[in-house]
Design a protein around this ligand. Sequence first.
Ligand code: NAP
Length: 331
Amino acid sequence: MAPTQYTKITLAERPKEGITDTTFKREVVPFDLKPGQGQILVKALYASIDPAMRGWLNDARSYLPPVKIGEVMRALVLAEVIETGPGSKFTKGDIVSGVFGWTEYGVHNDSAAEKIQTQPGVEYLDYLGPLGATGLTAYFGLLEVGKIKAGETLVVSGAAGATGSVVCQIGKKLGAKVYAIAGSQDKCDWLEKDLGVEKAFNYKSPTFHADFRQAVGYLDVYFDNVGGDILNFMLTRLKMKARIVLCGAISDYNTSKPKGLSAYTNLISQRAKIEGFVVFDYAKRYPEALRDLSAWAKDGSLKRRFHVVKGLDNAPEALKILFSGGNTGKL
Ligand SMILES: NC(=O)c1ccc[n+]([C@@H]2O[C@H](COP(=O)([O-])OP(=O)(O)OC[C@H]3O[C@@H](n4cnc5c(N)ncnc54)[C@H](OP(=O)(O)O)[C@@H]3O)[C@@H](O)[C@H]2O)c1
């Protein structure tokens, strides 16, 4: 039976720095949703919580337009089709993914949804993590931007997160020596014991810089998820012709005044390269990455963890977790 009302979470104001209790607004609205021609009515099951969402709150030029004030917060969502409009290609009960946002229910055009084809050994949540945007980001960032080769030294920051944990594992599979950087001893233990990296460093340790210099020395590829001080330090650790993959800079997302990089001239002396990318650039090539990622997920060699926060009402609090490092694996 259709509900009489449903909940959605909209953007109330643009945060100046971190997300606050007044950034988002919870709205309970009457249920008046009906799919039209070629449309579906979906019920949300899981929403992906991504650092990029913080960027979408800023009124600034980026690869996607900002979320408007009053609009449902943008998010990639796994949902169940509960009703189809005339001529829809979907069937009631299909599980689909799409940018449906923080709302319990929504009506969308067929073209905005993609059916999830389940495979043995793979669970639905994998399509928001290793077989979704973060897995694809890890794959194309490391192979196409980092151009990692067997025997090279790879360093990964944000290593216990959704993207970083996949980067570490692909690096190992390709024969690189992988060093990880993360924000707690528990995360470092997981990276060393379960994911098999050579060594993991807690960047909050007072001996981080000395430990890193001693154990790693210099690097060929740095996959950067965090920016800021760690990126600046890695600029002093480059081998000749090193590549820095600029995937993300979460340490700077909550500040209007990023510190900047004082060590960038090492790029000149080491003839090194720093290159940003956005995963969507590789959209045409997703199938080739998904062949590898699915095979590794199915044979169990791609380890993954999920951090699930229950309840749409808790989505704004969940977004803050990314900035306090409360998640291991995909949030
Ligand atoms: N370029 C692209 O197309 C693309 C696509 C997807 C994601 N990204 C970027 O990739 C990065 C990782 O995204 P994700 O979804 O995989 O998130 P995630 O790594 O699962 O979660 C974010 C992690 O960042 C770490 N962190 C937070 N504040 C930090 C700080 N000040 N200094 C150092 N580390 C900090 C935390 O771990 P610790 O406990 O280790 O601090 C936290 O768990 C983000 O920067 C994101 O924007 C880029």
